[in-house]
Design a protein around this ligand. Structure first.
Ligand code: PLP
Length: 428
């Protein structure tokens, strides 16, 4: 893995690998600062997908013809590449439709185990009245709503680590909520609103001390920093391909081998079965039993190409670059009159994003104003309504970077924002 530092010159060079970043919008050069919502595709990924579709495309694990053999071998090679990228074994990752889908596979699987599906093997995952599920108040809806549904389905109680006035939380806040009754602790590795980097090792230790399992929403960490699931020791994790320069429509569920073996499948049908009679069915071992139906083969192969590309850039270098950009955004945005950045101050390391509130101007107006200058950011609640409610606002504007982002992009953002309150008459 490369470890070279990403200078602005290097970021500009890497940007040339992403055709869309050369686009103009409203006659202005695009400044794309919405990587937290979706990253863009490099020619490396686009070329690999196209080449696969033109020369080897076929459904995998079925059919005896040559194309089926080629596509199956590409598909399983890709599984090896992606597993290596996240510090997992190949049989510990299952393809899903996205991170949201992967988190639902976990919650629906636990619900099924709690109904008695999966037999004796699934007993460790069973929940019922008196058991507790712990999340945080800062979660993305994808790691909140499925747990609400699971609590409703099982009679377990949903609790949360409260967010402080800045929208962040600490391991001590978590210790105050977790009890001997806690069976699951689910949390984001990196917050998509505050950029907070969660104390994963300490939370895993806390979970282990009460016999709870850990579920990591790794959507904003796997694309942006080196992540090794074995080293972190989490039980389950989920992330999305499209946020790491891979294709859309694909997510990854990671599960420690023994945990995946305990989880009953939430979706059933073709490809995940052993023996089917009219009365009943036996399922394949993980990960195949979590991959019902025809697989998203070009997407999987595209994601492997994305992982190779990111390895070439260097994940440690990406993390360093983005933490510097995160700190720069916090410093420069906080210095603007009437702008408040959500989250900790610049002295606390955060991922390369900043959500902020502009006094007197709604985030949708801020976003449109920036868009007119070619700057793409995200306005709204970022799928984190409870966190915004906790902070007394309904929405914020978020700028999120990647390894192609330069200091000039932040300059453009800050300079445009300097005019926004005057434009809307909010400075009077
Ligand atoms: N969790 C976090 C922290 C996210 O930022 C997102 C995407 O915005 C998700 C979960 C859901 O990912 P997806 O929409 O790709 O399923």
């Amino acid at each position: 893995m490369s470890s070279s530092v990403i200078t602005d010159a290097r970021a500009r060079e890497l940007r040339r690998d992403f055709p869309i970043l050369a686009e103009q919008v409203h006659g202005e050069q695009l400044v794309y600062l919405d990587f937290g919502a979706t990253a863009q595709r490099s020619t490396a990924v686009l070329d690999v997908e196209r080449d696969f579709l033109e020369h080897r495309n076929a459904a995998v694990h079925r059919g005896a013809h040559e194309l089926a053999a080629l596509s199956t071998s590409d598909f399983e090679d890709a599984r090896d590449t992606i597993a290596r990228f996240i510090g997992a074994d190949a049989d510990e990752i299952a393809w899903q439709a996205g991170a949201t889908d992967a988190l639902n596979t976990v919650t629906l699987g636990i619900a099924a185990a709690s109904r008695g599906r999966g037999g004796d093997e699934s007993v460790p995952l069973r929940l019922g009245p008196g058991d507790e599920i712990v999340i945080t108040e800062a979660e993305h809806h994808a790691n909140l709503v499925p747990w609400q549904e699971l609590a409703l389905a099982t009679g377990a109680t949903l609790k949360w680590v409260p967010a402080n006035d800045r929208g962040t939380w600490s391991i001590d806040d978590a210790r105050a909520v977790v009890t001997e009754a806690t069976k699951v602790i689910a949390f984001a590795h990196v917050s998509n609103v505050t950029g907070m980097i969660a104390p994963v090792e300490q939370l895993v230790e806390l979970a282990t001390s009460v016999g709870a399992i850990t579920v990591l929403d790794a959507c904003q960490s796997v694309p942006h920093r080196p992540v090794d699931f074995h080293a972190l020791g989490v039980d389950f994790a989920a992330f999305s391909s499209h946020k790491m320069t891979g294709p859309n429509g694909l997510g990854v569920l990671y599960g420690r081998r023994e945990r995946l073996a305990q989880l009953p499948p939430a979706r059933t049908g073709g490809s995940m079965i052993e023996i089917v009679t009219m009365e009943s069915t036996t399922f394949m071992d993980p990960p195949t039993r979590f991959e019902a139906g025809t697989q998203a083969v070009p997407q999987v192969i595209g994601l492997a190409a994305a992982c190779r590309y990111l390895e070439g850039v260097g994940m440690a270098a990406i993390a360093e670059h983005e933490e510097a950009l995160g700190a720069l955004m916090v410093e420069r945005l906080s210095a603007l009159d009437g702008v408040t950045v959500i989250g900790d101050d610049a002295s606390v390391p955060r991922s390369g994003l900043a959500a902020f509130i502009v006094d007197g101007v709604h985030s949708h107006d801020v976003s449109q104003f920036l868009d007119a200058r070619g700057i793409a950011v995200r306005g709204g609640h970022h799928c984190a309504q409870p966190l915004h409610r906790r902070l007394g606002v309904t929405a914020s504007t978020r700028a999120s970077s990647y390894f192609t982002t330069t200091d000039d992009d932040i300059d453009a953002l800050v300079s445009a924002l300097g005019d926004v309150r005057a434009y809307f008459g909010a400075d009077r």
